[in-house]
Design a protein around this ligand. Structure first.
Ligand code: PHE
Length: 337
């Protein structure tokens, strides 16, 4: 029968074996031999019930402490051996972790997309929703339903890109056909914007490009007036260019709005010159247009507007040349990242 005096030597042997183990396998063998189920220490612990009652307490307590000490030593030794193994693996690996890494630049949102998102946020906050329409559009939506007369220059192939062999189908020269599509799909009240690409037969120069970006807007409801249009446009101009922006509405003509206006803002360029710049075209929806989409022009009125995103980006950032926006030169673009 084991006695209290047997325990300390068992513990010391176990600790010595743990200390001597120099591989994980050797350590596991020491664990099995010294604290495993058939080890002398385990047998002492499981035989406590057969001891004299007076011995049970002291033997149990001492044996348990011995087992805990051995288990703690096992854990510590295991950590040390594992760390050694990892260190050896690192030493064997000839990767030079002090070399600079391959640069992996984070992308950024293109300036035009930033301007579009900003405008979308301004209009979403006013309750507008975003509508989409095709860039390759039929003659009816491009021109006819927008009240563009037969002989109007915009219909001419010298202004608009027609698709060869597809009668009247053309790359849309403005986002306004989305107005028609939005009204065909829904009844008033209607508050939509539609950003997108448009195409015109212009030669490329600092302020012209055959492809550019617009954002169209349309509101149709009962009781909308030119005052609502003006309030909306001035709000947008202030959000974009600051509360103290100087603006002017000037009469204009568009076939699908009556009356029509253009919004001008005063802009001081990088050289300190003060200029009046046309920011957008707009007007009250012509009742004839409502006729094409079956809206009751006696009951509803509406306003529409269209602005050039490229131009807004140029005005905002004092860009000297529109081409910078489309050439994809990272040295230019990353200034706005
Ligand atoms: N589509 C017009 C343009 O390209 C702008 C516009 C939109 C004017 C809506 C009035 C109403 O110039």
């Amino acid at each position: 029968m084991a006695t209290l005096d047997d325990i300390a030597p068992l513990r010391d042997q176990a600790l010595a074996a743990v200390d001597a183990a120099d591989t994980l396998d050797a350590l596991e063998a020491a664990r099995v031999a010294h604290v495993g189920r058939k080890s002398p220490l385990a047998e002492i612990l499981s035989g406590i019930g057969r001891l004299e009652p007076a011995e049970r307490g002291p033997v149990g307590k001492t044996a348990n402490e011995a087992r805990k000490a051995v288990e703690a030593a096992l854990t510590a030794r295991k950590d040390a051996l594992e760390a050694d193994a990892m260190g050896a693996a690192l030493a064997a690996d000839d990767t030079d972790i002090t070399l600079p890494g391959d640069p992996h630049p984070a992308g950024a949102v293109h300036l035009l997309t930033q301007v579009r998102w900003e405008l979308e946020d301004i209009f979403l906050a006013m309750g507008y929703r975003i509508a989409d329409g095709p860039e390759v559009e039929d003659e009816y939506h491009n021109f006819t339903a927008l009240n563009v007369a037969e002989g109007h220059p915009a219909r001419s192939p010298s202004d608009t890109f027609y698709v060869r062999g597809r009668d009247g189908v053309a790359l849309r020269p403005q986002t306004s056909p989305v107005q028609i599509r939005a009204m065909e799909e829904a009844r008033p009240p209607l508050y939509v914007i539609s950003p997108g690409v448009v195409y015109r037969r212009d030669d490329v120069d600092a302020t012209h490009s055959p492809m550019f970006h617009q954002l169209e807007g349309l509101a149709v409801d009962e009781g909308l007036s030119l005052a609502h249009l003006k309030g909306t446009l001035v709000h947008v101009a202030r959000e974009l260019l600051g509360d103290d922006v100087e603006y002017a509405l000037r009469p204009h003509f568009f076939p699908f709005t009556e009356p029509s206006v253009e919004l001008y803002v005063r802009w001081v360029d990088k050289r300190g010159r003060s200029l009046w710049l046309e920011l957008l075209g707009a007007g009250m929806v012509d009742p004839d247009v409502f006729g094409f989409v079956g809206y009751d022009a006696e009951r509803y009125t509406g306003f529409a507007f269209g602005m050039g995103l490229d131009r807004i980006a140029m005005v905002r950032h004092g860009l000297p040349d529109l081409r910078l926006l489309l050439e994809g030169d990272v040295r230019f673009l990353e200034q706005f990242a």
